[in-house]
Design a protein around this ligand. Structure first.
Ligand SMILES: NC(=O)c1ccc[n+]([C@@H]2O[C@H](COP(=O)([O-])OP(=O)(O)OC[C@H]3O[C@@H](n4cnc5c(N)ncnc54)[C@H](OP(=O)(O)O)[C@@H]3O)[C@@H](O)[C@H]2O)c1
Length: 253
């Protein structure tokens, strides 16, 4: 089905079948955006989109770590909506906490492939479209983490990729300037999603104890994404941290 638009803005969200991506997609739709919901699980995605305005929402099955799958998803977006204004580069995963020396190399590679290769592949597809479309430009919001700033214990793969995301963000912000492209990053701490479910029962602390941690409602993250998305392209929110206020992070605990 062709849903071409020349007026409303178009957002592409990775990891949009659940959690932060889904909440951000619905917030953007409710604010008038056209939204592409991309993730691997077709049935879950279709369920999300079935509850949305069908003329402005599109479900695309895509694995961010698979180059052909990413190309296909961006091509579908172009065919359907005719342009792109925002990429929320959100899909990501962790790895089970384990001693540094025991992390299997296969797990390391899987986390790198999703969190870093996947973000690069999607950013490059979006960047090329932003550069070549009229009017030129667009915005990429990369989902970092407070782990882009400081690690949790036993999280080398996740922490390394999220620090890498900061380099990706700064490169997009710098190389994108010439083409009206903004590169931004949101660093989130403990939004209540599937990924952080274990935090409320107990998370490993640097002193070896396991303590429950505060979480915040995911809608606050979604509203922050909406705010950044609606900024004009001469304005960049390069880096934003949003976190559960009582979680251990500031003040070494
Ligand atoms: N929640 C937090 O407090 C928090 C804190 C810091 C950072 N973050 C970051 O926020 C992002 C989303 O986290 P979340 O809490 O919303 O997690 P979540 O509830 O587990 O959702 C993860 C989403 O990513 C998708 N996904 C995973 N691997 C994918 C792949 N290879 N290709 C395409 N989609 C993939 C999943 O969908 P499918 O399974 O259908 O593919 C799902 O929609 C991640 O990058 C995470 O690191 C979250």
């Amino acid at each position: 089905m062709v849903k071409k638009t020349t007026q409303a803005k178009v957002a592409f969200i990775t990891g949009a079948s659940a959690g932060i991506g889904k909440a951000a997609g619905i917030a953007l739709l409710n604010a008038g955006w056209h939204v592409v919901f991309a993730a691997r699980r077709r049935e879950v995605l279709e369920q999300v989109v079935s509850q949305c305005d069908q003329a402005r929402a599109l479900a695309v099955v895509m694995d961010v770590g698979d180059r052909e799958s990413v190309k296909h998803a961006f091509a579908r977006t172009q065919e359907t909506f005719g342009r792109l204004d925002l990429l929320f580069n959100n899909a990501g995963r962790g790895a089970p906490a384990m001693p540094f020396e025991d992390l299997p190399y296969e797990t390391w590679l899987e986390v790198i492939n999703t969190n870093l290769n996947g973000m690069f592949l999607c950013a490059q597809e979006a960047f090329r479209r932003f550069k070549n479309q009229t009017p030129q430009g667009g915005r990429i919001i990369n989902n970092g983490s407070i782990s882009a700033q400081t690690p949790r214990p036993m999280s080398v793969a996740y922490t390394t990729t999220k620090h890498g995301v900061t380099g990706l963000t700064k490169s997009i912000a710098l190389d994108g300037r010439a083409y009206n492209i903004c590169g931004c990053q949101i660093d989130i701490g403990n939004a209540a999603t599937e990924m952080t479910q274990r935090m409320s029962s107990g998370a490993l602390q640097p002193d070896g104890s396991t303590l429950p941690e505060a979480r915040m409602d995911v809608s606050h993250v979604a509203q922050t994404i909406l705010h950044i998305a609606n900024l004009p392209l001469d304005t960049n929110m390069l880096s934003t941290t949003i976190m559960a206020n009582e979680m251990p992070f500031v003040g070494r605990g």
